[in-house]
Design a protein around this ligand. Structure first.
Ligand SMILES: [Cu+2]
Length: 168
């Protein structure tokens, strides 16, 4: 008898609970049962932000360093080639002899007769050198414009021979 009453009591409680659940649920047309949302929790308030510290003072500017020594001046560049300035080469005719001479193209050779004998400056071939008869103290000049070796002699004394070498 007591067991039966207990069972009925339990069933009653179950029905009561089921009834409560039914009242708390909302039946929507689609048939889905949606629980009623509970109240939103209260968020705790954030703590106050601390005051920003003051900016420190700017440090003093350092002293300016000493200026470095000035570098040495560079060497002057070499001068480019300059145009050759023609020269005059003086040669004496003395003691019945000529002297060999070497010059550069464009130079002039001037012969001076230092002997009491007469002499000439005459090319061995051609007439590049063709002086008149030179008395003592007279001169003869000739400018060479083409490089080469020019042999000559005295037309009065054929054994007197020499050469002018003209370099580039
Ligand atoms: Cu001569």
């Amino acid at each position: 008898m007591k067991t039966l009453l207990t069972g009925i009591f339990i069933i009653a409680i179950a029905l009561f609970l089921a009834g409560c659940a039914g009242q708390q649920n909302t039946i929507i047309p689609t048939g889905q049962v949606v629980g009623v949302p509970g109240p939103a929790g209260v968020n705790g308030s954030d703590g106050e932000t601390g005051a920003t510290g003051s900016t420190g003072e700017t440090g003093e500017t350092g002293e300016t360093g000493e200026t470095g020594e000035t570098g040495e001046t560079g060497e002057t560049g070499e001068t480019g080639e300059t145009e050759y300035v023609a020269q005059t080469s003086n040669t004496d005719i003395v003691n019945m002899r000529f002297s060999d001479v070497t010059i550069k193209t464009g130079d002039t050779v001037t012969w001076t007769n230092q002997d009491t004998e007469q002499h000439t400056v005459s090319s061995d071939s051609g007439n590049e050198l063709n002086s008149p008869v030179m008395e003592n103290g007279q001169t003869y000049s000739h400018t060479f414009t083409v490089a080469g070796t020019y042999t000559y002699h005295c037309s009065i004394h054929p054994s007197m021979k020499a050469r002018v070498t003209v370099e580039d």
